[in-house]
Design a binder for this molecule. Structure first.
Ligand code: TXA
Ligand code: MG
Length: 318
């Protein structure tokens, strides 16, 4: 076990994690996407602690993580057969489905809505913990609106000594939050892009996905600031990189080709490899006391949709 310099315990001890969660404590857990702030989904007072820690508005609902698809009907009802099939194909994995909730589900989880978000995460430590629970709520382990954490140090920095335990599952291999699909009506809708692409989902459910246009990050004036570093961030085209390098200002740069500028991070040209590094790169530059971060715009292709979504939200002034 290691103690982070700010005293949250960082360890791989899943028994202690279970014991703390049963007692109604909040513990940070690894998933394949990002780290989550976990609480027992059956204990309202524990769930309230998540909102307090994250400073998250109570209208913003939580995802319930379950151990296997068999637990789906504990939480959701009227599940369309295409939605069950989608879960069978992609779980455990970075897919969240929104379904009609069972009547007993706490409004603290759903933000007062009639739907509930559920997923089976693909991380051995978290799956081990989930075996002992009906469900565990776990929003990303960051302060509301800020960068998501992809390693224990990111969580420790955000929450100092406020957590009794950060379960150490190493770096998150996917690196951006799960794809969210609304399956609560007969019109499957993409609510949040992730590394499971719309193409993959459409090929499984054999019907087109609608886009949640009202919350599309591309709609002018409707872009929400989220997943954002504290340092101002701007997306630039490839032909603007040279002028950033020449400016000699105290800036950070995330780009694809090697350039002669301190605080430059060279990213992979493959989307999955890029996603796995994205938040780590943003955390690193955000901690470097720079006046600005510039990011070379990745390709506007399907497999980059989740990355471009997060970059646009990070570039929106808060
Ligand atoms: O990859 C992930 O999904 C990570 C890891 C930790 O599992 N979790 C995560 O949780 O990103 P969070 O709370 O940061 O984001 C959950 C999203 C929010 O945008 C929320 O609005 C949406 O899920 N959500 C939850 N319940 C919903 C519902 N009933 N209807 C629509 N959206 C919902
Ligand atoms: Mg989040």
């Amino acid at each position: 076990m290691t103690i982070a310099n700010n005293m949250s315990k960082i360890s791989t001890d899943t028994d202690t994690a279970c014991m703390l969660l049963k007692k109604g404590e909040v513990v940070a857990v690894p998933t394949e996407t990002v780290y989550g702030l976990a609480a027992d989904a059956t204990q309202d007072h524990a769930l309230n602690k998540i909102f307090d820690l994250k400073r998250r508005p109570h209208t913003h609902p939580l995802i319930v993580h379950i151990h296997s698809i068999e637990q789906l009907s504990l939480w959701a009802k009227s599940i369309p057969s295409w939605a069950s099939y989608l879960c069978e194909q992609l779980w455990p994995g970075p897919l969240t489905v929104v379904l009609k909730r069972q009547d007993h589900v706490s409004s603290i989880i759903t933000g007062g809505q009639t739907t509930i978000a559920l997923r089976v995460p693909n991380h051995p430590l978290f799956l081990n913990v989930l075996q002992s629970f009906k469900g565990i709520c776990a929003p990303s382990a960051n302060l509301y609106g800020q960068l998501s954490p992809t390693c224990p140090a990111h969580v420790a920095n955000a929450f100092q000594a406020q957590l009794p335990l950060i379960l150490d599952g190493g770096a998150c291999p996917i690196g951006v939050e799960s794809t969210i699909i609304d399956c609560s009506s007969d019109k499957p809708t993409l609510l949040r892009p992730g590394m499971v692409t719309a193409d993959t989902i459409e090929s499984i459910i054999k019907q087109p996905l609608a886009n949640a246009n009202h919350q599309s990050p591309r709609a002018p004036g409707r872009v929400l600031s989220h997943y954002a570093p504290r340092t101002p961030l701007t997306l630039i085209d490839k032909d603007q990189v040279a002028s950033v390098v020449a400016s000699q200002r105290q800036v950070g740069l995330i780009t694809f080709d090697n350039v002669n500028l301190p605080n430059t991070l060279i990213m992979p040209r493959e989307a999955h490899a890029y996603a796995a590094m994205l938040y780590k790169a943003l955390h690193q530059l955000d901690n470097a006391q720079l006046e600005h971060i510039y990011i070379e715009q990745p390709p506007q292709k399907n497999e980059w949709l989740a990355i471009n979504d997060r970059l646009q939200k990070a570039a929106t002034p808060h």
